[in-house]
Ligand binder design. Structure first.
Ligand SMILES: [Zn+2]
Length: 103
């Protein structure tokens, strides 16, 4: 989270208290971390050949913390069997995979 969701002040990634308004952002940071962790587990499950488990984890990640990446992964895995959807999401998915380090 680049900005405090309360006052919109810029912040560094790991500060749990906002410097401007003093809001405790711990639970939001924990939620982000949980979402990322679920996405990583989803990708690992997909890599291990378990698309059903991957889809379930991706759905949970999207529910916990929706990001453009979690949306794309969830959609990709949900529609994996549909050739049309697979093609549509493939480019978007590739783009986010390449930007993975920024998440
Ligand atoms: Zn703030």
């Amino acid at each position: 989270m680049k900005k405090c969701p309360i006052c919109r002040a810029g912040r560094t990634h790991e500060e749990s208290l906002c410097r401007r308004c003093g809001s405790d952002l711990t639970w939001m940071l924990d939620t982000q971390r949980l979402g990322r962790s679920l996405l990583v587990r989803a990708m690992a499950a997909l890599h291990q050949g378990n698309p059903h488990k991957a889809a379930m984890l991706a759905r949970r990640a999207r529910f916990v913390h929706t990001t453009p990446f979690s949306r794309v992964v969830d959609d990709f895995l949900t529609y994996l069997d549909s050739r049309e959807c697979l093609t549509r999401h493939k480019q978007e998915f590739k783009k986010y995979i390449l930007e993975w380090d920024q998440w």
